[in-house]
Ligand binder design. Structure first.
Ligand SMILES: NC(=O)c1ccc[n+]([C@@H]2O[C@H](COP(=O)([O-])OP(=O)(O)OC[C@H]3O[C@@H](n4cnc5c(N)ncnc54)[C@H](O)[C@@H]3O)[C@@H](O)[C@H]2O)c1
Length: 377
């Protein structure tokens, strides 16, 4: 029998749309007893909220998230607002006994994240963080190949996340869409925004990070602030590169910037093991590159696996073999797994506690960049 999960979504921007799309589609493609109901959406502007509710099919609107969190007819709060709001909303939602689905990064820093993880555990309710790249079928398959031991001992992990949208020095900081450039709203720049994704994937695939050595730069030092109307100091890192040692003994490099002219969302990682290597690129997200040294020597080469067959992760739920899916589907997969977790009564990763580990690495990276020293995580 179908069990409704009444969703209360907060924030009608980019992520509000990807999540709403996922809630609408999931039950058409995945069979779970629990199914999401688009009960209410919250935005500060009533007209925006009403328009969003109309276009995505929400039953009602709120303009104050506190009211939404207290509503008896809401089972789960979905946080799609800027980073500086995650903790306050999540703590209130957990206190009200709601399940919480929180956008990444979990928090502004690890101390805040620890409080959130503890509150989630004390509340004993399902909680998850939207590190959606884990659920790209090719990335999920990378995890499977590593867990099967195909790579053997892992020597190297390298990841980049490159963009180019903040090069213009006239771009203001703060407010709608540009909150990412405002340290008070974002916490950090590319470290918490982009590298957090790379770190989450890396911890999932390669285990915990032991220590880091980082450098950051803020190329444009002052920008007009949309909320104050004044030119203000820029407090975020525009670019960050760090070295890391994993607990399994492997060495890693991570790099992210919003100043890599020509790159819009170039998330790439490569892992080199004793027997095999794998590589993945968000710009070609349905492919997993795989090289196995144990192949017959005259045929040995990098294979480009089109991860679209029925026995590839998640793909049996979609079209026919050979037809690919895309970015939006990673969110559908996350909702599907979350609902399956409710059916099974089991937590689904990454929980708040899992995501806290990424937060600790981000904190260590920022501390290392400041002190110009290696920092233990
Ligand atoms: N998982 C991913 O790949 C991914 C991608 C983008 C963003 N994010 C994360 O999602 C979150 C939101 O990012 P976005 O890109 O959707 O931002 P956005 O600017 O597109 O949307 C944010 C929305 O939150 C609303 N908002 C702000 N404060 C609010 C409040 N107090 N009450 C109600 N609504 C409020 C804004 O009006 C806006 O509609 C951030 O934490 C970000 O890091 C994750």
């Amino acid at each position: 029998m179908s069990k409704p999960v009444n969703i209360g979504l907060i924030g009608c921007g980019f992520m509000g749309r990807t999540h709403s799309n996922a809630y609408r589609k999931v039950s058409n493609f995945f069979t779970t007893q629990h199914r999401p109901v688009l009960k209410a959406v919250c935005a500060r502007n009533k007209e925006n909220a009403a328009e969003f509710a109309r276009s995505w099919g929400y039953e009602s609107v709120e303009t104050d998230w506190r009211k939404l969190v207290e509503r008896k007819d809401i089972d789960a709060i979905d946080i799609c607002t800027p980073n500086n709001t995650h903790s306050e909303i999540a703590l209130a939602a957990l206190k009200a006994g709601k399940m919480v689905l929180c956008e990444k990064p979990l928090s502004m820093n690890a101390a805040e994240g620890e409080q959130m993880a503890r509150a989630a555990e004390a509340a004993g309710v399902p909680n998850i963080v939207w590190y959606n790249y884990r659920r790209v079928p090719a990335v999920t398959m990378a995890k499977k190949l590593i867990d099967e031991g195909r790579l053997g001992r892992i020597f190297h992990y390298r990841a980049v996340f490159l963009q180019d949208w903040t090069i213009n020095a006239d771009l203001p900081q703060g407010g709608t869409a540009l909150w990412r450039l405002d340290a008070a709203a974002a916490g950090s720049g590319v470290t918490g925004d982009l590298l957090a994704h790379c770190i989450d994937t890396a911890i999932w695939l390669n285990g915990s990070v032991d220590r880091v050595s980082a450098m950051t730069e803020t190329f444009v030092k002052e920008r007009m602030h949309n909320l104050t109307g004044k030119v203000e100091k820029v407090g975020i890192d525009d670019a960050c590169a760090f070295l890391a040692r994993f607990k399994n003994g492997s060495l890693a490099t991570f790099e992210s910037t919003r100043y890599a002219r020509g790159h819009k969302a170039k998330y790439f990682f490569e892992i080199n093991g004793e027997h095999a290597s794998i590589a993945w690129d968000l710009h070609d997200l349905h492919r997993l590159e795989y090289f196995d040294h144990r192949d017959e020597s005259q045929l040995r080469a990098w294979r480009s696996i089109h991860v679209t067959d029925g026995d590839h992760p998640y793909m049996g739920h979609w079209w026919v073999p050979g037809l690919q899916i895309g970015y939006e589907h990673t969110f559908v997969h996350q909702v599907a797994d979350f609902l399956q977790g409710l059916d099974d009564g089991k937590p689904v990763a990454p929980t708040f506690r899992d995501a806290l580990e990424t937060q600790r690495v981000c904190d260590a990276v920022l501390e290392s960049a400041k002190s110009e020293r290696w920092v233990n995580v």
